[in-house]
Structures are given as structure tokens and as C-alpha cells.
Design a protein around this ligand. Sequence first.
Ligand code: MCF
Ligand code: FE
Length: 407
Amino acid sequence: MKIISANWVITCDENNRIIKNGAVVFDDKIIEVDSLLEIEKKYPNIEINKLDKNSVLMPGLINSHVHLEFSSNTTTLKYGNFYSWLNSVIKHREELINKATKELISTKLSRMKKTGTTTIGAISSYSFDIEPCVKSPINTVFFCEVIGSKADMIDTLFADFKNRLNNAKKYASKSFIPAIAIHSPYSVHPFLLRESLNLARNENLAVSAHFLESKEEFDWLHKDEGSFLEFFKNFLNQEKAVSKPMEFLNQFTNIKNLSFTHCVEASERDLEKIKNLGANINHCVTSNRLLNNSKLDLSKLKDIPFTIGTDGLSSNNSLSMFDELRNALMAHYDKNINDFSRMLLKAATINGSRALGLNKGVIENEFDADMISFTLPDEVEDIEDLPMYVILHTKFVDNTIIGGEYV
Ligand code: MCF
Ligand code: FE
């Protein structure tokens, strides 16, 4: 049993409880949360790790959507328009993937840990990122990607996907959880979609899918037109989209831990369907700005919980969750700054945990003991302002605790 105390404990619980001079008792799970005074009285014989002045303790951050295999990109891919981005990915994919060595991915994971991430939803296209993920102390929900829209390729692609998934299952543990990523409605054939979702249902695997990320995707899926038509004609000899958005969504019934990434161009009906599926939305504000000059309208989500994802370095300049939270805070300037900061911290913790089907993201009894601590530059007078200051000023953490261990 261990105890840690901080000037501020941000629980991210139902009541948004923040404890001034709080302490947490934990082993691999959280055992008790209270004021330092009460904890000292109750556990007089256990040494307490008392953090310094202006310290903050909160649940570890959960990056619900990241493509580690694209980690070598900095100045290669085109931004500003999805079609230009897509063509630049096709042109440079091989060199980028080859440059993203296991060593590079491990370095990125270490840096993610230093910047507060304790859990990721890793979208893996090739499983080149499996070893770094398994080795890292960061918890990984490892989404093996299904992709392919050409009917005559389906058997091969499905077999390849199953191989990658079966291989990932060999490494399954408390901190490495195999799952399924459906690339998108435009790139996955209905047969492939149906079979992979059956697999997810039978084996109770989490599922994540990109959905309506760009105008180009919207025009192609709804009207079989726009720049995607040129792309599909040239590369795949295809003149019609393989599914309409609603047909695609209709396939996702009875998937327990389900999330859709982006949804920037989703209609009200699509969002209603996403809500009825009990799904979550992965919000990737930087990626949306860079690839599409667009932004998810959070007011349209109503009761759909949203999570925070950096996406990969294919569509971001950073994998730091604090960088991403700052971008979200700046981009959604129409929201009340304190209320929205509180909401963002929950999106990056408890919401991410629920979307991935985990028992994390809150400092509360019986949840996994995944916590981070860091130090604010100065004192905070009003507790109301704390979440905003945390987002504005935190770059690196001082301590990372995962499954009760300092890592
Ligand atoms: O999320 C971003 C933008 N949207 C779609 N796909 C990707 C992103 N970053 C990497 N990808 C990958 C995707 O997983 O790009 C590949 C897929 O394997 C080619 S299709 C654009
Ligand atoms: Fe993505």
C-alpha cells in the first residue's frame, strides 16, 4: 500500500471534486481519497510521498486515438485540404513507415509518458508498433486496422487482418488489450465490415472507426462525387462509394466499447444514430484543423460523450495531450473558459477510459491507480480556475503512476 499527497487533487469524478491538500491511498487500485489530515490520522504508520508546493495530482491522461506508425512525419505531408493530405500519404507512406523504427516509436512513447499520457488507443495499420507498445509501461488498447474497399481483395485483406489480430492477442495482458479499428466508411467494404464487427461482438473487443472527417468524404459517400471520385477511379477503378454513412453506422449494433473519430461532417441524424449506438466521439481538434480547416461542433453532440485524441504525427505536430488540450481550449473559444477546461480534463480521462472499456480515468475507490503529478508555476487562489491553469501551464509531469507503480 502507498500514499501520495498533493496541494490539489483533481479527481475528475461525477461531482468534479477537487481536494485542497488531498491524499490518495492506493495499491494497483485506488483505495481511499481524502484530505491529507484525515489520511494521516487513519494511516499513521505508512510513509506518505508528500509532493511540493503548488503540486497537482490527477488521473493519467488517455489519448484515445493515435497512429504511432506515422511517427516519423514532420515536414513531409501536405496540410490544409484532405485530398492533398491523402495524396501526400499515398506518395510518402512507405518512406514514412520505414523511418518510424521501433526505436523512434519507443522514444515517442517515452515522451508521451513525460507529457502525462498513461493510456493510449493505438490505431495500428501494420503492427510495426506492437513491440514498442508492449514494452512501454503506458497501457495500450491496440486497434488492429481493417482496410480495403475492393471486392476481389477482401479475402486476402481479411486474412491479413486476422493474422495481425491473432498475433496481437498473444501479447494480451492487463496493459495491452487487442481491439479492432475500422478505417472508414469509404475504405472498408461492407463484407469486410460485417465480418470484422462479428468478430468484435463474439470476442467482446473494442471498436474504433474514422467517420466523416472531411467535406471530400461527405461528397463521395452521399453523392459519389468530388475529389474522392478522381482518387477512387485512378487508384481503385471504383466509381461509387461502398456504403452510405447511415448504412455504415447501422452495422455497429451491439458493440460494447465503440468510438467514432472526427465526425466533423456528421449530420444530426448520424449523431442521433451514434448516440443510440451508445458510442463515443474521439475529438482530434489539431488534426481537423490541419487536414480540413474544420472543427467539430461540440454543441451538436448533446449527450454523446467525447474523448481527446492527438491522432498521429501524420496530422499533428505533437503527441502531448497537454498540447492537444491547449489547442482544444483555444479552438473552442465560444465556450466558458472554466467550465470548458473542466470538461476537457474529463474528456481526456474518464471519457477516454469509458470509450476504451477500461476502469480508469478517475481518482475514486476501486479505479485503477493511474495518476500523474506536476507542479504549477505559482499559487492558485480560486479553485474554480485550477483546471484552466493546469491546461495552460503544464508541459511535463513530475511523477507517473500506472497500475500503482511509479514508472
Ligand atoms: O486520422 C488520420 C486522418 N484520417 C485517416 N487516416 C489516418 C490518419 N493518420 C494516419 N492514417 C492512416 C490510416 O490508419 O492512413 C492510412 C490508414 O492506414 C491510409 S488511408 C488515409
Ligand atoms: Fe486517425
